[in-house]
Write a protein that binds this ligand. Structure first.
Ligand SMILES: [Fe+2]
Ligand SMILES: [Fe+2]
Length: 163
């Protein structure tokens, strides 16, 4: 599809985050399995469940604006997830691996936060009020996940890995 209007750009970017969320959904179970710290395991599992809901909200947004719910390959998320996988196959020390996975997961959250921020601004501009609400719900969950990961890193993982 050729992007000509703001509406086109909005739909293309929605497809980008839809693809990203689905890739994240596929990657999270492996990270849950590899995590050692109980708090990290739990946080990743909770966010996996939240991500299922996020995909559902995005499908609602597609429906609202009359576009087909289809993903568009997002190289950015592919790259971030590839780094996470690299950590998972390269790092043997479980505590160092936890720290590496937290870093990768936070890179994912920050990517999602920037995408949702942009989409919300454009949805407002285009008058897609219902979409704004759904996108804001996803953004809130990404911000919470990011904050929780920071907390876990500060409280346990990083300190132990440095010992
Ligand atoms: Fe997400
Ligand atoms: Fe997320």
């Amino acid at each position: 599809m050729t992007v000509k209007t703001m509406e086109d750009l909005f739909v293309e970017t929605l497809k980008d985050i839809y693809y990203a969320e689905k890739q994240i959904l596929k990657a999270l179970p492996g990270m849950v399995k590899k995590a050692s710290a109980a708090k990290l395991k739990e946080a990743l599992e909770t966010h996996r469940e939240e991500t299922e809901g996020q995909v559902g909200r995005l499908e609602k947004v597609f429906k609202m604006i009359g576009a087909a719910a289809r993903g568009k390959k997002c190289e950015a998320i592919e790259g971030i997830l590839a780094e996470a996988k690299e950590h998972m196959s390269d790092i043997e020390d479980p505590e160092v691996l936890d720290a590496g996975m937290i870093g990768a997961a936070q890179a994912v959250e920050h990517y999602e936060i920037t995408r949702y921020g942009t989409l919300i601004a454009w949805a407002k501009q285009l008058g897609h009020d219902g979409a704004v609400e759904l996108l804001e719900a996803n953004l809130e969950q990404e911000k919470n996940a990011d904050r929780l990961l920071s907390k876990i890193a500060e409280a346990t993982v990083n300190r132990k890995a440095a010992a």
